[in-house]
Design a protein around this ligand. Structure first.
Ligand code: TXA
Ligand code: MG
Length: 329
């Protein structure tokens, strides 16, 4: 069983230490309990997906102590400023373009150019966020496909010792996830309904708000992502050798990868060769996935040959993303 502690000063300081060291902490928010990791630390973020058993890397919400901190990582339009002023802190998540030098790890936004930002309306969450000094990526603190956890006990029952600490602060007040509003397109669109409604937002903006609750592959988690990151370069999966002109995305040793017609992986220029994890560590591979795909996508190769990745644990989510990227041609 994981440690459940009442969220006093000492517990908040302990939680910040755990998060700083790359651990997972379940945190209270006004909507549901969140499973939090340092959003700047890719390895820490992989643990969220591992603990929830998510079969796919969907983008996560990044939590900030205040609007000023969020505005340093995302491009706030005029509308975003107005909505932040009106609804934050509170159960509204806004999808905005990432700021050019945004340090949030790209696994958090699943390789997309946008970022989901939110300032929770819960004193403990705000206190923890300001003590940490870095933003927290946090989906609801329940196993994938299960009901969102609204009490510390639910968190413990669902995630057990996969979470290092549970900061307890009674039942979540709202009990329903935040409204997700996409402000990255031509007009505002609600991607996930919540307690702040389209009418509430329209009243503040004086503009129509669209709704797009397109069901996804996992109907139990409504309002998941509509867009997937897709490279421009074709992907060739489960490659056991290379064609001339291909780039290599390796996993484990690439010592025995040959190039058809002569040569070996080791002869490739640096720009055409990446290794998700030389040790074959799936957490390391997950953290490297989007940045390495983007690097190789820039190299102008004929295709990207991807070595086989085991279909276990985080490998399932990695393969899911690779299959989507490969089939977008
Ligand atoms: O109330 C909440 O929002 C809770 C508490 C813990 O804050 N958090 C939560 O996070 O529900 P999560 O990560 O489970 O929800 C993320 C939602 C998903 O529907 C996801 O598809 C969408 O936000 N999302 C995140 N980033 C996105 C992006 N860049 N583009 C489109 N949708 C995005
Ligand atoms: Mg959820």
């Amino acid at each position: 069983m994981s440690r459940i502690v009442a969220a006093n000063e000492k517990a908040i300081a302990d939680a910040a230490e755990i998060l700083k060291a790359g651990g997972l902490v379940a945190i209270p928010t006004e909507t549901v309990y969140g499973l939090a990791a340092n959003a700047l630390d890719g390895r820490a973020v992989t643990k969220i997906f591992e603990a929830k058993g998510r079969p796919s890397f969907n983008p996560l919400i990044t939590h900030y102590p205040d609007a000023g901190a969020a505005a340093r990582h995302a491009e706030f339009s005029q509308q975003a400023h107005i909505l932040a002023h009106h609804f934050w802190p509170g159960p509204l998540t806004m999808i905005l373009q990432r700021a050019p030098d945004c340090p949030v790890h790209d696994l958090v936004s699943a390789g997309l150019s946008t970022l989901a930002v939110r300032v929770p309306g819960h004193k403990i969450a705000q206190k923890l966020l300001s003590v940490c000094g870095f933003p927290l990526a946090a989906p609801s603190a329940n196993p994938s496909g299960k009901l969102s956890a609204t009490t510390p006990l639910h968190v413990a029952e669902g995630l057990g010792d996969k979470v290092d600490l549970i900061l307890a602060s009674g039942p979540a007040e709202i009990g329903l996830e935040s409204t997700v509003l996409d402000l990255s397109g031509a007009k505002p669109v609600i991607l996930r309904p919540g307690s702040i409604t389209a009418q509430d937002i329209e009243a503040v903006l004086g503009e129509d708000v669209g709704q797009d609750f397109t069901p996804t592959e996992n109907p139990k988690s409504p309002g998941q992502l509509l867009k997937h990151y897709a490279p421009e370069t074709k992907l060739r999966l489960r490659a056991i050798d290379l064609n001339p002109g291909e780039a290599l995305l390796a996993f484990g040793s690439d010592r025995f990868m040959g190039i058809k017609g002569g040569g070996a992986a080791g002869d490739l220029p640096e720009s055409l060769r990446r290794n998700l994890s030389e040790e074959g560590d799936l957490n390391e591979a997950a953290a490297n996935l989007f940045s390495m795909l983007k690097d190789l996508d820039k190299a102008g190769a004929a295709a990207i040959a991807v070595m086989d990745i085991p279909e276990t644990g985080l490998g399932i989510a990695i393969n899911d993303r690779l299959k989507r990227a490969a089939s977008s041609f």
